[in-house]
Design a protein around this ligand. Structure first.
Ligand code: 5GP
Ligand code: MG
Ligand code: MG
Length: 185
């Protein structure tokens, strides 16, 4: 076991399954956007790993940009009140924007983000999330592309962190139960 793996309780989605699903999503997105160009908007930091792999499976011309946001409120639950820490560099008016997220939990963060992006008048605005926890949803946000639906457990790896660690794991794991008390995002 490598030191990066010491906090992993179990592997939920093995590396090969992640890779297969990312390629499927890439094929679907490439077909849907054929003849158009795409601007991928990644939400830092968790989406970086997924976005880099997804982009390499796309056959349409694409650019990338990033936003960093922080949500106020209790440590483990997002409040829906979101502060933009880093905004986009690119003007998205008239662009085909695909927001790339690591995981949708309550949906509050994404809902706020979508409102902010919609106001900038993109030609198209859709979401691609690697993971979703439907049980936890508090607000409906239309997510066009979903990698995997997962149960209500705190996951790490493939970009997802616990206290900024474990992002480098190549699979999606469940945080070891010993570490869960006081788990924050
Ligand atoms: P939401 O606003 O949808 O409740 O919060 C979404 C954000 O919470 C995600 O982008 C992610 O940063 C964090 N989050 C939600 N569930 C998990 C999880 O199981 N593991 C990790 N590492 N972060 C999570
Ligand atoms: Mg995220
Ligand atoms: Mg986090």
């Amino acid at each position: 076991m490598s030191s990066a793996e010491q906090g992993v309780g179990e592997i939920l989605i093995p590396e090969a399954d992640v890779r297969t699903r990312v390629a499927e999503l890439g094929a679907e997105i490439s077909a849907d956007y054929a003849g158009r160009d795409l601007l991928l908007v990644g939400v830092l930091k968790g989406a970086v790993f997924f976005m880099a792999d997804l982009m390499r499976t796309l056959s349409v011309p694409c650019e990338i940009d990033f936003m960093a946001i922080s949500s106020y409120g209790a440590a483990t639950d997002s409040s829906g009140v979101v502060r933009i820490l880093k905004d986009l560099d690119i003007n998205i008016a008239g662009r085909n924007v695909l927001v790339v997220e690591d995981i949708i939990d309550s949906g509050l963060t994404l809902s706020y983000l979508m409102r902010s992006l919609r106001a900038r008048k993109p030609a198209a605005l859709e979401v691609c999330a690697l993971l979703t926890k439907p049980e936890r949803r508090e607000i409906e946000v239309p997510v066009r592309y979903v990698g995997f639906e997962i149960p209500n457990r705190f996951v790490i790896g493939y970009g997802l962190d616990f206290a900024e660690r474990y992002r480098n794991l190549p699979y999606i794991g469940v945080l070891h139960p010993d570490l869960v008390p006081g788990a924050t995002r």
